[in-house]
Design a protein around this ligand. Structure first.
Ligand code: AMP
Length: 413
């Protein structure tokens, strides 16, 4: 688990702000759900025989209640949807959220035990139009974040029936090749054979390359749904690849599945920026009505590594250096007046030479230093030093707030 230090926050804020703006522009509203949920919620939705539930959850018992730090957002958001009977209020619900998730994984670059996700969920729209829109929204966001080498992978995993038939077909194919599989996959053959398709073990990859794909097991309706997704993505001009072996680590998915990868040069094997898909049966399984749903989650830490967008480095806009005893209180008042006009100001009343004060102004990356000495106080003026333009002006105290805020505004344009 990591500390996020203040130097890194500008990039976090950029990502969170652009995500929230993008989500709102598609009609999503923000929801916040608790970090702790009953363990049973995750076991029922994510699935017993998944890596997350088998080995990665931070679970504990509190007063006889089995609780877990959420390993992902969807289950909690879906629980909230059911609990508040939101389907009685509106036919389609679009929610986004951001926050920490917890998985006891082996930490590596882009993989942490407390990590943050951006998350969107749509309830009540069977797709595939909204499936394509979600993907398009993300591609647009990643373009704004200047993430190189973005690739969209899509697949359909069908409905429950197709999935059950495929499971049988896959087991029939893999069983005779059991000895060629890794020990983990041999075990998965009994518990969750679809997960073998997702294995990173080179032995498994060789076997899986030959395995039947889900495509031939899809029902006509599943196939029509997937064709609709392909047509919508094409109409939106989103480049994508159909990956027939794409399955995801959580059990609840139906039909549309997608992943978005990017910045592989920096992220290596952990270059999956987004995982998403449909989960048309979950709401009913949680005791709600039959409501289709789709969502995705994206890891903020990975976006931070991947993004090449420039972020502002300035800590404050202006720095005030009072020189001499009589200047301290006028400097405090000037600082307060500037802040009221929206200018972020550091008043450094520790004293010291002008040189050392200007060094500090540069360290704060601010564009303007205001110098107030005894003689300025006496003459009712302030020296305004523009550190970017390398100019200095003597401005009347009554004018200086406007002067500084106008100059900063002109610069931000
Ligand atoms: P998942 O919830 O497993 O489908 O993951 C969705 C996205 O969350 C991934 O594509 C990553 O971007 C991110 N993610 C998942 N697990 C971690 C982790 N342990 N550390 C950092 N990011 C993660």
């Amino acid at each position: 688990m990591n500390d996020v230090l203040p130097d890194e926050m500008a990039r976090w804020h950029l990502i969170e702000r652009l995500f929230a703006e993008a989500a709102r522009s598609y009609g999503f509203r923000e929801i916040r759900t608790p970090i702790v949920e009953p363990t049973g919620l995750f076991v029922r939705t994510i699935g017993e025989a998944t890596d997350v539930v088998e080995k990665e959850m931070y679970s504990f018992t509190h007063r006889d209640e089995a609780l877990t730090l959420r390993p992902e957002a969807t289950a909690g958001v879906a629980r909230a949807y059911v609990e508040h009977r939101v389907h009685t209020l509106e036919p389609v619900t679009k929610w986004f959220c951001t926050g920490p998730m917890f998985r006891a994984e082996k930490p590596q670059r882009g993989r942490y035990r407390q990590f943050y996700q951006l998350d969107c969920e749509i309830f009540g729209d069977p797709g595939p139009g909204c499936d394509a829109e979600l993907i398009d929204m993300l591609v647009g966001l990643f373009d704004q974040l200047k993430i190189p080498d973005v690739r969209v992978l899509v697949n359909s995993i069908g409905g429950a029936e197709a999935r059950a038939r495929y499971r049988d077909g896959l087991v029939a194919f893999l069983e005779p090749r059991r000895e060629e599989l890794s020990a983990e996959s041999q075990r998965r053959l009994q518990t969750n054979p679809l997960r073998i398709l997702d294995s990173k073990d080179p032995r498994d990859k060789v076997v899986v390359a030959e395995a039947p794909t889900i495509e031939q097991y899809l029902s006509d309706d599943d196939r029509a749904h997937f064709d609709g997704l392909v047509r919508a993505l094409t109409a939106l001009g989103v480049p994508f690849t159909i990956d027939p072996h794409l399955v995801r680590g959580l059990d609840y998915y139906t039909r549309t599945l997608f992943e978005i990868k990017g910045a592989s040069a920096k992220l290596g094997a952990g270059d999956t920026l987004v995982g998403g898909g449909r989960y048309d049966n979950m709401i009913e399984e949680l005791g709600g009505p039959k409501v289709p749903a789709i969502g995705f989650a994206s890891g903020i830490e990975r976006l931070i590594i991947a993004s090449e967008a420039t972020v502002p480095g300035a800590i404050v806009d202006a720095y005030i250096a009072p020189l001499g005893a009589s200047a301290v209180e006028p400097a405090l008042v000037l600082g307060r007046d500037l802040r009221r006009e929206g200018v972020a100001v550091e008043v450094d009343s520790r004293g010291g030479s002008l040189k050392s004060q200007l060094r500090r102004a540069n360290a704060l990356s601010c564009g303007i230093a205001l110098i107030l000495g005894d003689s300025e106080v006496e003459s009712g003026t302030v020296q305004v030093k523009d550190l970017a333009a390398h100019t200095q002006d003597s401005i009347a105290r009554a004018e200086v707030v406007r002067f500084v805020s106008d100059r900063l505004k002109a610069r931000s344009r």
